[in-house]
Ligand binder design. Structure first.
Ligand code: CUA
Length: 324
């Protein structure tokens, strides 16, 4: 049998590994559905890393496997291994390749980050807050009034210094602004321009949304896996997130910073509506909010708790028994 030249075998192996890695990078199915404009940017970067990882895995594991079999100790072979010590060219090569890969990925990741809004080093924040609207919502007012009152004064009185903030460098002036407050263990949403305080985050499809995030107590982290956005929420330091929803539906908001005993339960939802449905929802929420604030005093505990106890499987009958 004629010997195939090593260089040709190496080339074929290289082509094979490249093809396999490309296929794996496009078909790994490791990520949830893409529901925002930002998602594909993050996913392309992630898929590239998966591709590189696959190639490295095949090369390293393949070499181990090949050498284990090819140079195994055969029967009757009592000789020592060949004394090989160092290979300067090889060392240069295996330092250079990872360096290029790591620097390249670093530059690419910064590029993706910049595309997503980047990070500002000044206090160029498009922040609108409304202390009164918080108080209008009976539920939020009951839970968070003292905390929010403290925080809002603190922020509005803070002098405009050049302390670095985690605001975005590029903010869309047409963006829907939502102020998000994180506290142990809940997310509060405040739409300053619409003057509503819903229990969940509702956004219109295809419009830029700007979140101003602040924390009342400890560090939390705002994460929407399907949107590929995640941002720490830090006490005494505002952070921001910007995104465009591209898929109708309901997606989870997860706190992904260990923030206390009930960290695991600190979840909410983001609901993506069509622009028309979103407007309808804003109007309905406004009406409901006014009605609710007028009814609070007249309502019984059971009525007030009904929307929350429903999820816990507690019925009106159970509540009635408790009271009697
Ligand atoms: Cu908030 Cu974990």
């Amino acid at each position: 049998m004629k010997q195939i030249p090593t260089s040709l075998l190496t080339l074929l192996a290289g082509i094979g590994i490249t093809l396999i890695s490309l296929w794996v990078s496009q078909n790994h199915h490791l990520l949830p559905v893409q529901a925002s404009e930002q998602a594909p940017w993050v996913d392309d970067f992630f898929s590239l890393m998966v591709g590189i990882g696959t190639a490295l895995f095949i090369v390293v594991q393949g070499a181990i496997l090949y050498f284990t079999i090819r140079y195994r100790k055969r029967d009757g072979d009592e000789t020592d291994g060949v004394p090989i010590e160092g290979n300067f060219a090889l060392e240069i090569l295996w330092t250079a390749i990872p360096s290029v890969i790591v620097i390249g990925l670093g530059i690419y990741s910064v590029d993706v980050y910049e595309q997503m809004g980047g990070i500002a080093s000044g206090s160029a924040m498009a922040h609108v807050h409304s202390a009164q609207t918080h108080a209008q919502h009976p539920m939020n007012a009951a839970i968070a009034a003292p905390l929010l009152a403290d925080a809002t004064t603190e922020i509005s009185e803070a002098p405009k210094t050049s302390i670095p903030t985690y605001g975005l460098t590029t903010v869309d002036s047409n963006a829907l602004i939502v102020n998000v407050t994180a506290m142990q263990y809940a997310w509060l949403f405040d739409y300053p321009l619409q003057e509503i305080l819903p229990g969940e985050l509702h956004v219109p499809l295809g419009q830029k949304v700007l979140l101003n995030l602040k924390a009342q107590d400890v560090i939390h982290s705002f994460w929407v896996p399907q949107f590929r956005i995640k941002q720490d929420v830090i006490p005494g330091e505002q952070t921001q997130l910007q995104f465009v929803a591209t898929k109708l539906g309901e997606y989870p908001i997860v706190c992904t910073e260990l923030c206390g005993a009930y960290h695991g339960g600190m979840r909410s939802n983001i609901i993506v509506h069509t622009p028309e449905d979103f407007e309808k929802w804003v109007q309905e929420t406004k009406v409901a909010q006014v009605a609710e604030s007028q009814n609070t005093i007249a309502r019984s505990d059971a009525d007030f708790l009904a929307p929350y106890t429903k999820d816990l499987g507690i019925t009106a009958d159970t509540l009635a028994q408790l009271h009697s």
